[in-house]
Ligand binder design. Sequence first.
Ligand code: HEM
Length: 525
Amino acid sequence: MKLLMLGINLSLMLLCYVFTTHQISWLSALFFLSFLSVSPFFFTYWLVPGGFAWRNHHFSSPNLRGPIGWPLLGTLPSMGPLAHRNLATMAASLGATRLMKFSLGATRVIISSHPDTAKEILSGTAFLDRPVKDSARSLMFERAIGFAPSGTYWRHLRRIAASHMFSPRRISRLEPLHQQIVDFMLVQVRLEMETKGFVNLRGILQKGSLTNIIETVFGSCLSSEMADELGLMVKEGYELITMFNLEDHFPLRFLDFNGVKRRCHKLSSKVRSVVGRIVKGRRKALSINGGNDFLAALLTLPKEDQLSDSDMIAVLWEMIFRGVDTVAILLEWIMARMVMHQDIQAKVQEEIDALIDHRSDRCVRDSDIPNLTYLQAVVKEVLRMHPPGPLLSWARLTIHDVHVGKSFIPAGTTAMVNMWAITHDPSIWKDPWTFRPKRFLEDDVSIMGSDLRLAPFGSGRRVCPGKALGLATVQLWLAQLLHHFKWLPVTATEQVDLSETLRLSLEMKKPLTCRVVPQRAQHAA
Ligand code: HEM
């Protein structure tokens, strides 16, 4: 009712303004008056809390608050590189941290910025699907774990991945590969320092991460040209999936405004051809010599579990796609914090040195990580302050009508969790803006999805299946990087730039550059 009154008032004000400031003909006046007579209803149609996409559901959840947003666009203009911050500010200012509704074009969305409602969404069976962007569909992700609808096929894929890609046994068998790659990264770091006088860590981490995931998935049989080609394909895929696409938010599927569709089709044919060739090659070789990688496991599944070639390609492609950036981005944030907080870096190094004699040849191993509690606390604190998926990367979709708290949420609503807002909420975290790893020694918060105050890998049945592998890789590489070098700003006065930009993950806007000094002269690669 309030909104209808507002609409009528706005129309009358407009009417007075036009008649007093313009000389208009009778015909125009008639047209204008008829427009004004319907305008209150037009205003009421989109001037509803949550905006245009909630127009038909406004009365079924009247207590749910949300921004009205722009006509037709809704809150789309706020969804740029700082969407997580914009949405957090909106929710706080509307008193809607538990749950806020908003519109992205014609897409109805809810977002939780509170652990209780986040748990309801992430663990609720009504939220087991994901909304699929057009680009994700054409890049075959609908046939892989991340976007497959939550039925038998998705469960089958998760089971295969849990046994053959992410099991504890398999992660421990990957240690030699992780060590070999970090050794290579240490050589690169030293080389850059010697040749340039500073280190640009992003390139080194990305290359290491790409080699790591390619060898985990395909084994060591790929040529470096093939690996580079896969790297370029992942890069193109990232760009396409991050690009804003009007067609995702309006029923305009037949259009291709910025060429995303065309580029996705081109890329997916390339993926089919390149990954298809790798699969074919391995299938021939497998009878002679097996392997310890994910592809070998897929090719030797019992007959009843086997995937078709096109599904296998989609799953392998997804693993490469998901495994590259997450690890590299998280490590870059951690190293940025280490360069900024020299005292904290020194403490981690002391902890490692206490475990491994400086004079010995031994390097840090996976089995040392449980004893490096301060190092683990540093990783947690970075995940809290710079979660790689501040909006948990991929959203969820309601399969059927459901209630979150007391609010009614209709089927087909996109549901997000603002993990960044939760991890920066002063009512949940003391001094949330201060980098203080010690907080995790005082209060042992699990980051694996059971405690929604800090769930950077999501939670519930769609929780990240790669969390243990990702974490094991990050912790080992971090320990090795800190064991071998002291990391410093490029100049004594230079500040690390912590500006962020949200693409598929939350990245540092400016790549980290720093200097290193060898800690262990005899072993530094
Ligand atoms: C630092 C490392 C990582 C972070 C922070 C991370 C974060 C996430 C998050 C937030 C989700 C959504 C979970 C949800 O909806 O509840 C997710 C899903 C997923 N992640 Fe990760 N991830 C990481 C590493 C990896 C790695 C290394 C892989 C594979 C090689 C991987 C594969 C996946 C897949 C396949 C899904 C979709 C699961 C499904 O829908 O069933 N992730 N990840």
